[in-house]
Design a protein around this ligand. Structure first.
Ligand code: C2E
Ligand code: MG
Ligand code: MG
Length: 656
């Protein structure tokens, strides 16, 4: 069957030399009935057009290319039913009842799951020659990706099937309308009904899809933050909470204590009494710790027999921390009955007592761990305390006032970390990362001073400087060709909130000569989630300039899929904590669905913080397009890349 495009046919309807009198004499109802009957008679043509589109889009779906097999596929029952429903509506004026609608929906889902899921599992990017060292992913199928993936894939397929069906049905309606000399208005009304049905089923699918994903997300979000053995918070949850608690200290006179607890001789329990008893000991230890603290304190298990308790709001963090650590030691150290055994276990504890801001979670945990270690070395079963920080105001103030001078005296510099193309293994670009070379303190990392710069408004000046510097450097390396490597620059929420930021970006591009398409602006997901209308408009204006916008730290804020669709972004960058958890726990379903959807929407997916081979394998299996991480290349000063960054595919290729 040769299909005429709908617009052509409409034109033909308008100009066909028909029997005007005959048309005018026929009532609208009679015309509808005639059109309905004609559509019903050409049900086979609609199906054939859909089948043709399907075979063109998925040439491997029926490798033997047997038209009989294609026609016999139960997949097409849904299209047949839908055509009949439209024809019936034209003939009788009755819309499909709920029974028919739900039959269509369930036929669609089951047909796709049964027959087609395997054909549409995204195959991993074929490894280029230099990618060989990474373990290649076994061909995935519905068995390896139970239930959810089949559904996730069916969404893409169902969407296409829907469009093919509505196109083919409208084409036939237009052809028949023309042949029978039916009023253009009647044909148009029928076509509108087809489009409405198609849209309704798409909306229904999207809603169901979002609902399923959000249930999964809740479940995985809980899993991602809890230790399965004891039900306590895990390391990620502790780091989060501690980070917030440390930040709050800037505005508070009191302090906090982090107690690092380690069960003495736990290895011997495991080795001698078995892992079953070991697990029971850990669960009992957890229960005793929880029983001994206030609900607002946090108890976490962060490793085999390592627990951490966070106490906030302590007027005297050192003395209070020592007292609390001592109490935990006494409580957990009481004899413990496990099965038939009575165990007398002791613990060693290190307390980091903190006052004032300026310390990182890493520093605090390391100090508490080191204090605990000193106890271990000096005979166990004791508590040691270390005091950190010295008053919030002075530390923060020193950073803020020093930053101004740093900018003026050229103490800020930018380092560059390569971004790799997952498919070819070549370098696609670099991320510009800020450093402060402090004359006394040495290199200060952005997490320590960027928040202060944001608070004081200095980020505006600093951000503008980084942007210009990064654009200039990129041109120095690779000239002004649009095909050169991209340069990614981090943008803070404060910058994005200013409409003048668009001019700032345009100015940096003009001054350096960098083509807009080579600039990627990374905006943290947390910023976009709370972004006001003004920031959204800035974002859109940036996209209009031709620069790319990337959602950084993606996955931490649970951007909904629908949300993703509305943002004018062309890249998402999955957060490294997320990658770490995915690689560790092996459950990649939610992220897999997000990657698939992002690709459906034409959004590129980057993965940051790839540190291990296991993480590399995970992000490649997810289908990420761009990779970044210490495993592949650390951030380095520009001089180390000079002469190579312009021809990155030759010089930097290593081990993607
Ligand atoms: P980000 O944009 O998510 O940048 C990635 C951070 O992860 C960088 O830390 C990078 O050095 C680090 N990283 C890269 N690969 C790995 C890895 O394999 N393992 C681990 N553990 N880390 C890895 P960095 O340079 O400390 O920057 C931290 C954050 O500071 C950045 O996170 C970004 O949000 C912010 N930042 C950096 N430069 C700027 C800037 O010029 N302006 C603004 N507003 N923020 C900046
Ligand atoms: Mg970034
Ligand atoms: Mg990031």
């Amino acid at each position: 069957m040769v299909m005429t495009r709908r617009s052509d046919v409409r034109l033909a309807v308008a100009t066909v030399p028909g029997d005007d009198r005959a048309i005018a004499l026929r009532s609208v109802d009679a015309q509808r009935a005639a059109l309905g009957a004609a559509l019903a008679a050409r049900r086979g043509d609609v199906l054939a057009a859909c089948q043709q589109a399907y075979c063109d889009a998925y040439p491997d779906a029926y490798p033997d290319d047997d038209p009989e097999r294609v026609r016999a596929d139960p997949l097409w029952e849904i299209h047949g039913l839908a055509v009949s429903a439209i024809a019936r509506w034209l003939q009788t004026g009755q819309a499909a009842d709920a029974g028919v609608r739900s039959e269509i929906a369930s036929l669609g889902r089951s047909a796709v799951h049964r027959n087609h899921a395997a054909d549409f599992v995204e195959q991993p990017a074929s490894p280029g020659p230099e990618i060989g060292s990474a373990p290649s992913r076994p061909p995935a199928g519905p068995d390896q990706v139970p239930g959810h993936t089949a559904h996730q894939l069916s969404v893409a397929l169902l969407t296409k099937l829907n469009f093919w069906w509505s196109d083919a049905t409208c084409d036939v309606l237009a052809e028949e309308g023309c042949r029978l000399g039916i009023d253009a208005a009647v044909v148009g009304e029928a076509a509108a009904m087809v489009e409405r049905s198609s849209r309704a089923s798409l909306v229904d699918m999207a809603a169901r899809y979002d609902a399923e994903i959000s249930v999964l997300q809740d479940h995985l979000a809980h899993q991602a933050r809890h230790d399965p053995l004891t039900g306590l918070a895990n390391r990620a949850a502790l780091l989060d909470r501690l980070e917030r608690a440390l930040a709050r200290l800037a505005r508070r006179p009191d302090g906090l204590a982090v107690v690092f607890v380690d069960v003495d001789n736990f290895k011997a329990v495991n080795d001698v009494l078995g892992h079953g008893v070991g697990d029971a000991v850990l669960r009992e230890t957890a229960a005793r710790l929880i029983a001994d603290v206030r609900p607002e304190d946090l108890v976490a298990r962060i490793g085999g027999d390592e627990f951490v308790v966070l106490f906030e709001d302590l007027a005297e963090p050192a003395t209070d921390g020592a007292r609390l650590g001592e109490r935990l030691r006494a409580r957990v150290g009481a004899p413990m009955r496990v099965g038939d055994d009575e165990l007398a276990l002791t613990i060693s504890a290190g307390v980091a007592a903190v006052r004032g801001a300026g310390l990182t979670t890493e520093e605090v945990l390391t100090e508490a761990d080191a204090a605990m270690y000193r106890v271990k070395r000096s005979g166990r079963n004791r508590v040691a305390v270390v005091e950190l920080g010295g008053g919030a105001g002075p530390v923060r103030f020193a950073v803020a006032s020093g930053l101004h001078a740093a900018l003026e005296q050229g103490e800020l510099r930018v380092v560059y970390q390569p971004l790799w193309d997952a498919r070819t293994g070549g370098v696609t670009g670099f991320e510009a990362l800020l450093r402060w070379e402090h004359p006394e303190r040495g290199t200060i990392m952005p997490r320590e001073f960027v928040p202060v710069a944001e608070e004081s408004g200095l980020i505006w000046l600093i951000g503008a400087w980084v942007l210009r510097e990064a654009c200039r450097q990129s041109v120095a390396w690779a000239g002004t060709s649009p095909a050169g490597p991209r340069i990614a620059v981090n943008v803070s929420g404060r910058q994005l909130a200013e409409p003048a930021f668009v001019d700032e970006v345009a100015g940096a591009l003009a001054a350096s000569g960098l083509p807009a398409c080579r600039l990627v602006l990374e905006v943290s997901e947390s910023v976009l989630l709370v972004a006001q209308e003004a920031s959204r408009q800035v974002c859109s204006a940036l996209v209009d300039l031709g620069v790319h916008v990337s959602i950084d730290d993606f996955g931490t804020g649970y951007t909904s899929l629908t949300h993703l669709q509305r943002l004018p972004v062309d890249q998402v960058k999955i957060d490294r904590e997320f990658i770490r958890e995915l690689a560790g726990q092996g459950d990649t379903r939610v992220m897999g669905a997000v990657v698939a959807l992002a690709h459906e929407l034409g959004i590129e997916v980057a993965a940051e913080g790839v540190e291990t081979e296991a993480e590399l394998a995970t992000v490649r299996a997810l289908g990420c397009d761009v990779l970044q991480g210490y495993l592949l290349g650390r951030p380095v000063p520009p001089a180390e890349l000079d002469g190579r960054a312009g021809t990155p595919r030759l010089a930097l290729r290593r081990r993607v």
